[in-house]
Design a protein around this ligand. Sequence first.
Ligand code: DGJ
Length: 740
Amino acid sequence: MSTIAFDSDNKIVSLYGKKSSYNIKLYNTSLPLHLHWGAKTCLSVKKSFFPANDRGFMILAEARDNSYLVEEMQFEYGFAENGDFRVPAFRVRDGQNYPITGPFELTTYIYRGKNQIPGLPSARPENAQDLETLELRMHDSKSGLWITLSYSMFPKYDAVTRHVRFSNEGSRPVKIEKAASMSLDLYNWEYELLYLHGAWARERQLQRRPLQSGTTAFGSIRGTSSHQFNPSFALVSPQTTEFSGEAYGFSFVYSGNFLSELELNHDNNLRLNLGLHPDTFEWQLQPGDSFNTPEALMIYSDEGLNGMSHNFHGFIRNHIFPPPFQKAERPILFNNWEATYFDFDERGLVELSDIAADIGVELFVLDDGWFGERNTDRTSLGDWTVNTEKLPNGLKGLAEEIEKRELQFGLWLEPEMMSLNSKLALAHPEWYISIPNRPVAEGRNQLVLDLSRSDVREFLIETLDQILSSAPISCVKWDMNRYLTNVASSQLPASQQQELYHRYVLGLYHVLDEITAKYPKVLFEGCSGGGGRFDLGVLYYMPQYWTSDNTDAVSRIKIQYGTSLFYPPISMGAHVSAVPNHQVGRTTSLEFRGHTAMSGNFGYELDLRALSDTELRQITQQSSFYAQHRRLLQFGRFLRIKSPFESSEAVWMFIHSAASAEDSSDYFLLFWFRLHAEANLPSPRVKLAYLEENVLYEEKSSGLSYTGSELMHRGIILPQLEGDYVSQVYIFQKKGSENS
Ligand code: DGJ
């Protein structure tokens, strides 16, 4: 299948998706210019792609061609110091510290398939025959630098992946000061930005606002992609809704510092850069070496935000998740953290597992506190040997007990850390990130290991291997509870200290590459103080993520709603926990907690021994409902219908987008949540979507039937329920399809 077309007369390269195209003009054999990204467009323009006004104080494109004004051009990769005064996508200096500004010689190369980026996670093609990759290679003969822009179109999802390779074929080192993974210039249009901001325990709160002139920037310099700003965002027109209008989504396949810059200039044209954060990055590129940026993902939809999310969800499940977990159903999980914190022993865990097995749990995860002298968070990270006072029969003994109850066993680890109070810190004080001869800032009583060091990486790989081979462990919860501070490495030369943030992330990916290759069937769940590193870089290795340390169902409705803009429900760990809730002190019903949690990757995290028989019965029904609808909830199409950010209600639905042998499209589930009651409210009325117009759907609890067109165009009135924090799930079955 051909996804790229080259019009040699007009020098236009086009990448075609199902409904979109990305069109590039090769200008004067020296520069790739951006023509269009969005609804599929066939360009017939022969000559003038850019206005050629003679405007005061603007710089002309090149001395040999005085037709175009640099600031009016749309570049594929905007560079500094050439008369384009927008934020540049990259900045590189040659051996004499002069900025490299071209002129470049441009060559084009197209190949079938898509190569993985060495050392970095990047989207995996399902079948190499299904797509092609475009490389635009720009050569600067003065320094010997090659800058290669790579593009692959995944047509089914209207998704373009991009990254950039810098290769030094000169004789002197060059210094990369800034290297965005993608840059996009868009002509005047009114834009609104949707992004996810937050903090620990209130991650990914959705914000939408118009872009105004000047630069809007957000990112992270915390060493991880962070709780504060997620590296995924969208641009929409003011008219775009959940179901209609154009939406352009972006995500960074990376887990460290990043910067998203959006500059709306004096002509209302937008420059958008996404990549490594230049404040905490620099790279010395020696002759003969190459540097690859991480990958950026761009997704288009003309079916509103839900259309964009649908493309992201499918893309992430099929091209980001590790292959063994792309289609695999996920088990119902129990985690002991909020049940016991550090205070547990084997007997208590086995008691919990007995009840867990009875109520329908399938995977039992032992959280923090099983190793060294870890009875508080002040000690023992790095000393990954079993605490035999708590677990006299070791991990193996416990895991086998758990397995006898027909549960899988999972284990918490925080491999990237060391406690100051640990044997590891005594043996290897040089292994943690710190500035020599200066005090380190404390954070959660722990320090971050210097993963740029090969000895540290080897230690981690060996340790993880030992643990995973010591017992039947089928899941690892990989935690990371501290941002990076005092960033220096005793092993890097002075000129490379600015490389450490990125080298840390590369080191992490190296460890994950090794360990997931050796244990491909182990399900890794990511975590970073809850959802502090929820990004495509981590999801490439760990196909589910602990969404937030805030387990309160009311808070979770917003957190999960925001997260769903880009990330599929199957990736969002969501547990029913105790009331009053441990983070916010709120009491909600078991039903409400269940409905919220089953809209994500479902589990329980509370002391089951403290529950009444009635509650246990209710939980058993809940988990069996989840198991019955698991395929739909984990692999179905998730549609946001009413936003909790705009009212005190939330409505969403799950529907199979296409019938397959496993997935019948005979029914769908509609979830309704009321957060705060008010007097005399109108009945909630919502319009549903993606139904068959002329089919009758029966709502099972009332027995009432509605046509698809009625549900979609007139809408349905939901019953008023009394009180705060109430919820309902409705099953709509296609009439006459029960036995089909
Ligand atoms: C932070 C995580 O987000 C929690 O779920 C729990 O695993 C603790 N760490 C354990 O220290």
